[in-house]
Design a protein around this ligand. Structure first.
Ligand SMILES: [Zn+2]
Length: 225
């Protein structure tokens, strides 16, 4: 399973966001993160820093860890808009500004290819932790769950003929991977089939049903960053 990384500047700022992509469903595996959050996410999720050290200049200069590929070439318009909406909905720009001192230091170490020790020293100076790993998962995780539980031809739910899910399954080819279902369809997955709350696409997290469920299950961190 390949997980390239890409990055982009938020329009009209010098704030860079990083995203891990998953090539299985060709969807973003994470939400956009400022560099500090991104580095802490590596630790939280047990992801190795090797790729980041090796490809950092490509990730920043070209916008993608894949050789000779730019951010625009690598992502669809849908995904680029999804990222900007997510940043706006979750005030991620504010988070990035709050983390700027740490991000600048980490950036300088990675660009200059300073020692790994200085990189870890910079991490040691970060005096906060990020939310649990689940807070940052994005469309890939949602589609992985849907594929195994709802949409897959052998999935239990399709065979049990839930009318709403059968309908959804029929839509699969049309919506493919780049379009999300309607809000109420996701609410159905949560209510009737136990879809984990962290798999709700970010654009629908302002839904009052969703907010109530997160509060009920003490998962408020899925709502605010
Ligand atoms: Zn159903």
């Amino acid at each position: 399973m390949a997980t390239p990384v890409y990055s982009f500047l938020y329009p009209a700022t010098d704030t860079r966001f990083f995203v891990i992509h998953n090539s299985y469903f060709e969807l973003p595996e994470t939400m956009p993160m400022d560099l500090t959050t991104f580095v802490l996410y590596h630790i939280e999720s047990g992801r190795s820093f090797e790729g980041l050290f090796f490809c950092y200049s490509d990730i920043v200069n070209n916008g993608c860890s894949l050789f000779n590929t730019t951010y625009e070439e690598f992502t669809s318009e849908f995904v680029r808009k999804y990222h900007l909406d997510t940043i706006n909905d979750f005030n991620l720009l504010e988070v990035a500004v709050r983390n700027k001192t740490h991000s600048d230091r980490l950036n300088s170490i990675l660009i200059n290819k300073d020692s790994i020790q200085s990189f870890y020293n910079a991490i040691d100076q970060i005096d906060f932790e990020i939310n649990p790993e689940e807070s940052y998962v994005s469309l890939h995780a949602t589609w992985e769950w849907l594929d195994s539980v709802i949409l897959g031809t052998n999935s239990e739910l399709v065979q049990n003929k839930c009318p709403k899910c059968e309908f959804t399954s029929y839509l699969r080819e049309k919506v493919h991977r780049m379009v999300t279902f309607q809000e109420e369809v996701y609410a159905h997955f949560i209510e009737s089939h136990g879809m984990p709350l962290e798999l709700m696409p970010f654009v629908y997290r302002k839904n009052s049903f969703y907010i109530a469920r997160c509060k009920e299950e003490k998962l408020d961190f899925l709502l605010y960053f």
